[in-house]
Design a protein around this ligand. Structure first.
Ligand SMILES: NC(=O)c1ccc[n+]([C@@H]2O[C@H](COP(=O)([O-])OP(=O)(O)OC[C@H]3O[C@@H](n4cnc5c(N)ncnc54)[C@H](O)[C@@H]3O)[C@@H](O)[C@H]2O)c1
Length: 444
């Protein structure tokens, strides 16, 4: 099949590369000339494990190309995926301007039947809106087309695995023709057993938000419990195991920590709560999940501030991990940003190490990187030299079994803030370090 993908970010690029890998001819479109040039040169603009070789191989095989020309893509591809960003507007609603711009371009250039598949996360009613825009701009040509909604559930850091071996493929359609085409597109990923869940469009649109809201709710629930555990002298890790063993609850997404970030949970919660408000529905749980998370993202700063008795002026804090989670360079809504910004406001200096996200972080904070308030190091231990404390913010694998003695020796104060509850309190204590974790008051 000839497939076009609008947007060459985490979702669009993975979608395009994977669809090319199974034999489709794919054209990726982006508005960023820098991104398109980079991709055509075999370089990828994001860090996603395993993605680069797939992009390179399919470029070389002639099945994958990138362009700035929406027209070229619309004229040549029978199926058009929309995978552009849907960030948050000031009022919390989803900014649909990129989706609308692509829809307009499709309307302007469509000249024969096309299936348009929205993969971006969009509020209920957007698929209908996209159809109306295309109709408006193609009115005098009277061309047939279908618009389907096919939410993307990939996780950054495991995006290829998620795309190529999905748990489920949700498709929201209102025509048999669209369903048949989507079945054909996903056939290579649907051999083992039926993974397609076909539903009406509004339900598919809501399913994506519901999935993210449920996962975020579990995290905020555990973070709230961690706060209680701290006060009553319990260990949230033991509580986690105690409740996760109930199959009705399960172990996934029950980790207390420094709060959730990333490009999806925060913005999707806001957008869903905004939708609820618009239609006169309640969003008590969604609002509470966000409020707990905002509080949680300030937790690591509070721990440090308490330890240093409110005097962080001139203190040097080492950070291990900047990305919002391991195996990505994505800094969108990362808890490390809240921590760093609070530390700078208090007059502290940050010495940081992250295996992948330092470039992205430098781009976000050019002033602090230039004046020395934010310093980057090639090695995790280098960040500790002369530092007053260490905060582990992202649980990259390489941080899981450190040399605690070496950490103790490098730091001016014996302070290890374990923002992801990854360390055995006994091992930390044995090295002479004070272990500040989340909801593990018994252990500190
Ligand atoms: N990142 C994830 O883990 C993830 C997972 C599931 C769903 N989603 C959803 O997928 C969508 C895309 O997310 P992302 O993380 O890939 O975003 P991203 O910011 O990484 O990529 C978006 C890309 O779209 C490009 N773009 C913007 N306007 C365009 C236009 N008019 N034409 C062509 N390209 C355009 C941008 O230049 C950028 O390269 C969002 O709605 C997001 O909520 C993301």
């Amino acid at each position: 099949m000839r497939i076009g993908v609008f947007g060459c970010g985490y979702v669009g690029l993975v979608t395009g590369a994977c669809l090319a890998e199974v034999g489709n001819d794919v054209i990726g479109v982006d508005v960023s000339a820098e991104r398109v040039d980079m991709l055509n040169g075999g370089e990828i603009p994001i860090y996603e494990p395993g993605l680069k070789p797939i992009v390179k191989n399919n470029l070389a095989a002639g099945r994958l190309q990138f362009t700035l020309s929406a027209q070229q893509c619309i004229e040549n591809c029978e199926v058009l995926f929309i995978g552009v960003g849907t960030p948050t507007n000031e009022d919390g609603s989803a900014d649909l301007s990129a989706v609308e711009a692509v829809s307009q371009a499709i309307g302007e250039h469509i000249s024969e039947y096309r299936l348009i598949i929205i993969k971006s996360t969009v509020p209920v009613g957007t698929t209908k809106k996209v159809r109306e825009i295309i109709e408006k701009y193609s009115a005098e040509r009277n061309v047939e087309f279908d618009v389907a909604f096919n939410p993307e559930f990939l996780k950054e850091g495991a995006a290829l695995q998620d795309f190529q071996r999905p748990d489920r493929i949700v498709i929201g359609v209102d025509s048999r023709r669209a369903e048949k085409a989507l079945r054909a597109i996903y056939a290579p990923y649907n051999r083992n057993h039926e993974k397609l869940i076909v539903m009406d469009i509004a339900s598919a649109e809501l399913t994506k938000y519901a999935a993210n809201a449920m996962l975020a709710t579990r995290i905020s629930f555990m973070n709230e419990l961690a706060g209680i555990a701290d006060q009553v002298g319990a260990d949230i890790e033991q509580v986690r195991i105690g409740i996760g063993s109930d199959p009705r609850i399960g172990y996934a997404f029950l980790y207390a920590g420094a709060g959730f970030g990333g490009s999806c949970f925060p913005k999707d919660l806001q957008a869903l709560a905004h939708t609820a408000g618009q239609v006169g529905s309640d969003s008590h749980i969604l609002d509470a999940v966000q409020a707990v998370n905002k509080f949680q993202k300030e937790k690591l700063y509070q721990i440090l501030n308490d330890y240093f008795e409110g005097n962080l002026e001139g203190k040097i804090i080492a950070l291990w991990g900047l990305a919002f989670k391991p195996e990505t360079d994505d800094m969108r809504e990362a808890p490390s940003r809240v921590l760093m910004e609070q530390l700078w406001s208090a007059g502290a200096v940050v010495r940081a190490f992250d295996p992948q996200a330092m470039l992205a972080t430098a781009g976000l904070y050019p002033d602090q990187a230039a004046d020395g308030r934010l310093q980057f190091f090639d090695q995790a231990y280098q960040a500790l030299d002369g530092a007053d404390a260490l905060a582990v913010v992202t649980e990259w694998k390489s941080f899981w079994s450190p040399d605690f003695k070496r950490i103790r020796e490098a730091l001016n104060h014996p302070v290890l803030v374990d923002g992801r509850n990854i360390y055995d309190p006994e091992l930390v204590a044995r090295a002479g370090l004070q272990h500040f974790a989340i909801g593990r008051s018994l252990q500190t």
